[in-house]
Structures are given as C-alpha cells and as structure tokens.
Write a protein that binds this ligand. Structure first.
Ligand SMILES: [Zn+2]
Ligand SMILES: [Zn+2]
Length: 322
C-alpha cells in the first residue's frame, strides 16, 4: 500500500469514528437517560473490541496477573535446587555421623550379639538404599520427547518447545522442557520426576522414611536420657543459694546430648512429613496417576461430562423437532 493511500484511509477511519461518536452523543437522538446508557454501551464495546479473544476466561486473566510471581518462583526454585540438594546431603551426613559416634557404641555396649548384628545389617542396608536411590533420582533424566522430526503418536503440541507432546507429557517451566509422564519438579532432587526416575524417587522417599523411623526408634532411649539430663541441669541452676553446685558435664558429654537431641528431633520430623508424602504417592501409583494428572483429571472429567450433557440435549432437541 502506498503512503498516500494509507494516510487517506487512516483519516477516513478517524472521521467515521468521530461521526459515530457524535451520533451516539447527539442530544436529539438521546432520549431522557437513554443517552448515557448508549454512551456507556458504546464505550464498553470499544474497550472489549481492543481486548476481545475467544479463548479468554478467568484462568487466563489469573495467569496474566500472576505471571511475574510465576517467573520469580520458577527462577528462585531453579537456583535454590542446588541449595536444597546440598542441604539433603549435609543433613543426611550429619545424621549418619551422629549414629556412628553416639548411637552405635551404645547399641554395641547394651545389646546382645544377635541384636547388634540385626542393627548393623538393617542400618547399613537402609543407608545403602537411601544413598543409591537418591543418587539415581538426582542424576537420571526423567525422559523428554524426541526433538528430531520423527512421527510419534502425540495428543497435543507444546507452544514453548515447539514440538509435539505425546500422551501424559507436560512442560516443566523450571527445567524449560517437556517431560514424559511428568509427576512434579522436585527441588530436593533439583530434577523433574518423570517416566525414567519416578521409581527412584518413590524408593528414595520410602527408604528415607524407613531410615528415619529406624534412627528415631534406635536413639529413643539416648534421647530421653539426654533430655532428662538437660532438664535436671536446668533445675539445678535454679537451686537455693546454700546448696553446692552440681559437677558440670564435660564438653564432650554436653555435645553428645545436643547431637542426640538433634538426631531424634530431625529424624522424627522427617519421618512424619516424608511418610505422609510417601503414602500420598503410594495412593497415586495405585490409581495409575501422576501428581499433575491428579490435579487436571477432575477438571477434564467435568468438561467431558458437560460436553456429553450438551450433546445429549442437542440430540434431544433435534429429535423433538423432527
Ligand atoms: Zn515443552
Ligand atoms: Zn523440571
């Protein structure tokens, strides 16, 4: 299009809009109170014509409003993944060290030989399983759809990766890639949980829960002893002035008490929290669902039922017409 004709077309459009505006606001045409209503409807129409999209709904609006929040969460989770993995390694190492330094010597000195063998075998087996499954869950790729131009059975198209998505594939906004049979993005693994590492994730949760329960039960007597000693020491601090002070514990004894209390509180808390998560994933696995599908399936079922009802009522109406 030439510049002259474009300029004329823009001018014509502006004049037509101005004339239409005058027609709406014309006092002769506007009846009493009706002018404002027409003017309001016209303004609403103009505004809607600027933003109208047949795909718009409340979900799209919420997504747009929370887009900056999603961006911050995605990026922070991506960076904090390294911190979370370091935290898991640090806490697990500290628990193992405390067990070797304080709990195992108490077991060796207080239990009979067959209980000692049971503790040694059970404890080391749980430790091996936790380390192995955590390593595999962290390092195994969850599985991605092929990016080469191959014909694969797909049900939809990823707008971000520009590739066809096979069934049960979802886009992870933190990894910025599509993941096969995606369950969720786990910050404690700094990895997505998907088709190829789901079993490692679940096994890690299961063995970590069992390991925490084992540590919690094994160190219960030591914890009660350490807690009681600390409480007695607090009472002695509030003694009457005429009583002599009790002999103070050595630094190693005080450290041992604090370490045992830390071990018991940490393992008991993790056992409860991770046990709940493991149970939830066990239920999902028994239902053949992932966490993502558990979230989206009820919405899809509602939509399917609504579509079915709509088709049924349309068929009934056409049958009555005939
Ligand atoms: Zn994608
Ligand atoms: Zn991910």
């Amino acid at each position: 299009m030439r510049m002259g004709s474009s300029w004329r077309w823009q001018l014509t459009r502006a004049i037509r809009l101005a004339l239409r505006w005058c027609w709406v606001c014309c006092p002769r045409r506007a009846s009493k109170g009706g002018g404002f209503v027409k003017w309001w409807i016209y303004c609403k129409l103009l505004l809607k014509s600027l933003y109208f999209n047949s795909q718009n709904n409340s979900d799209t609006l919420l997504d747009c409003v929370f887009e900056p929040v999603y961006w911050i969460v995605d990026n922070v989770t991506c960076w904090f993944g390294v911190v979370f993995v370091s935290l898991v390694i640090l806490l697990t190492t500290s628990v193992v060290l405390i067990v070797y330094l304080f709990v195992l010597p108490a077991i060796l000195s207080n239990y009979s030989w067959h209980w000692v063998i049971w503790h040694l075998v059970c404890g080391h087996w749980l430790l091996t399983m936790v380390v192995f499954h955590y390593y595999k869950a962290t390092t195994t790729s969850p599985g991605h759809p092929p990016k080469a131009k191959v014909v694969i059975p797909s049900v939809s198209f990823c707008k971000k990766c520009i590739i066809p998505k096979p069934a049960r594939t979802h886009h992870c906004s933190i990894c910025n890639t599509c993941v096969l049979k995606m369950d969720h993005h786990c910050p404690w693994l700094n990895n997505c949980v998907g088709h190829f590492n789901h079993r490692y994730f679940f096994s890690f949760c299961l063995y970590m829960t069992l390991g925490c329960i084992y540590c919690s039960i094994s160190s219960k007597d030591l914890f009660l002893d350490a807690y009681g000693t600390i409480e007695v020491r607090k009472d002695n601090c509030r003694r009457p002035p005429f009583r002599p002070p009790p002999p103070s514990d050595t630094f190693s004894v005080t450290t041992a008490h604090k370490c045992v209390i830390f071990l018991w509180v940490l393992t008991s808390s993790v056992a409860v929290a991770l046990g709940g998560l493991t149970l939830w994933h066990f239920i999902l696995i028994s239902r053949g669902e992932t966490s993502v599908e558990r979230h989206i399936n009820p919405q899809r079922e509602q939509k399917t039922v609504g579509d079915r009802k709509g088709r049924h009522s349309a068929l009934c109406a056409s049958a009555k017409a005939f």
